[in-house]
Write a protein that binds this ligand. Structure first.
Ligand code: MN
Length: 159
C-alpha cells in the first residue's frame, strides 16, 4: 500500500480526497493530520510515501511544516505537494522555496491529483536521482521509419 499523509484541518476536504483515492487501483492508505504538530509527528512515526500539505492550518502553517520536514535528513526525501485555494502572486514560488515538491490548487480535481501522485510516486520520480544516472541510461532503441512519418526527413539534432 502506498502511504499518504494528508495534512488538512477541513474534514470535508479530507473525505473528498479519500474518496478519490479509494477508487484508484494503486491501493492508497491515507491518514489525516488536522494540524501542523500532528503532521510532524506522523511524518516521523508513520513515514508516509508522500505528503499532501494544506497551507492554512490552525497552528503551524503548511510552509513551515514543509520547511521542518525538509530540514530533517530522515524525512526530506518524502515528496510534499502543497494544496491551497488562495493562490496569490508569488505564492507558488514561496511554497517551492519552502521545499514543496509540487503544488495543486483547490478545489482538488481528481485528474490533477492522480497525475501528481503518479509523477511523485513513480520509480523515476521517487527519491533523489543519483548523480550520473542519466549518463548510464541505455540509449533509446532505433526507431523504425514507418508510413506516415515521411515528412520527417531531417530529424532534429540531439544536444
Ligand atoms: Mn486549511
Amino acid at each position: 500500500m502506498v502511504k499518504i499523509l494528508y495534512v488538512e484541518d477541513n474534514f470535508q476536504n479530507f473525505r473528498l480526497v479519500t474518496r478519490m483515492l479509494m477508487r484508484e487501483p494503486e491501493g492508497y492508505e491515507i491518514i489525516q493530520a488536522p494540524d501542523g504538530k500532528t503532521a510532524l509527528k506522523l511524518a516521523a512515526e508513520w513515514r508516509p510515501d508522500l505528503i499532501l500539505m494544506d497551507i492554512n492550518l490552525p497552528d503551524i502553517d503548511g510552509e513551515e511544516v514543509t520547511r521542518r520536514i525538509k530540514a530533517n535528513p530522515d524525512l526530506q526525501h518524502i515528496p510534499v505537494i502543497a494544496l491551497t485555494a488562495n493562490v496569490m502572486v508569488g505564492d507558488r514560488e514561496r511554497y517551492l522555496e519552502a521545499g514543496c515538491d509540487g503544488y495543486l490548487g483547490k478545489p482538488i480535481m481528481r485528474e490533477q491529483l492522480r497525475e501528481a501522485l503518479h509523477r511523485f510516486l513513480s520509480p523515476n520520480g521517487k527519491g533523489k536521482s543519483k548523480p550520473g544516472s542519466n549518463a548510464t541510461a541505455a540509449p533509446p532503441p532505433p526507431r523504425l521509419r514507418t508510413a506516415g512519418q515521411g515528412n520527417d526527413r531531417h530529424p532534429p539534432t540531439v544536444e
